[in-house]
Design a protein. Structure first.
Length: 248
């Protein structure tokens, strides 16, 4: 959100300088005189900044994954692309929908402004839709009273920040049309609870279930905080094989 504010400020500044030159400054300059540097740079940068702003606001925006809360779907250091229009077109900065299209579906990997601090962007998987009854008991997810299918795949050990070796198990889980991996850490305590998702809100969880700060701890994601749907990994400096991977 802070970057969007910065872009709006630069866009307004360069646009106003260019407009001021057209309406006032150009008429006052001596014939053949060079343009002031600020005018020259504003005319050069305004179209580029406008194009980037429109693309990031309404089409696609890049993000970097900062933590392992979505392992093994997304790894720390993955650079991803987020579809900004699949959930409707939104007013930049204010984030209000002005043209409705689709709504988040159960199983989508969604980027949103963190409800406790909207200046921060989070990425989690949509688990509960408005009106859903969500229960999490002994590391088993229940939606509207039915256990979510979960099939063991393999052991999955990884090194967490601080060089801690984590021993986990990888399961295949199915949410709606999405089949994806989740991780459960063997010796991590279960976080149990039951909630009903309010209208206009979503319940989200990380795929690394025992190492994710998500709706189980801080509540629901309001519709107005939704940013977009993650759909592809476009870069990873440590693992080129992940480039171009579709996010399921």
């Amino acid at each position: 959100m802070m970057f969007a504010l910065f872009m709006v400020a630069i866009l307004l500044f360069t646009g106003l300088v260019w407009l001021l030159d057209i309406l006032v400054l150009r008429k006052r300059r001596v014939a053949g005189a060079a343009e002031p540097m600020v005018v020259e740079y504003s005319k050069s940068f305004f179209p580029v900044i406008l194009a980037v702003f429109l693309i990031r606001s309404f089409l696609v925006e890049p993000f970097k994954i900062p933590s392992g809360s979505m392992m093994s779907t997304l790894l720390t250091g993955d650079f991803i692309l987020v579809n900004k229009h699949t959930y409707g077109l939104r007013v930049p900065i204010l984030n209000n929908v002005f043209f409705e299209m689709n709504h988040p579906e159960r199983g989508d990997v969604m980027v949103f402004h963190f409800p406790k601090d909207p200046s921060m962007d989070y990425i989690k998987r949509v688990v509960g839709l408005p009106g859903d009854h969500i229960a999490y008991r002994d590391k088993q997810l229940f939606i509207n009273g039915k256990p979510v299918e979960m099939v063991f795949e393999s052991d999955y050990d990884y090194v967490a920040p601080g060089l801690n070796q984590i021993v986990a198990k990888r399961y295949k889980e199915k949410l709606g049309m999405h089949s994806h991996d989740i991780l459960l850490v063997n010796d991590a305590p279960a976080v149990n609870g039951e909630v009903v998702v309010p209208q206009g809100h979503y319940f989200v969880m990380g795929d690394n279930r025992d190492n994710s700060n998500d709706s189980r701890y801080w509540g629901f994601v309001p519709e107005n905080n939704v940013v977009g749907k993650a759909f592809m990994i476009w870069w990873n400096f440590d693992n080129f094989g992940r480039i171009g991977t579709t996010i399921n």
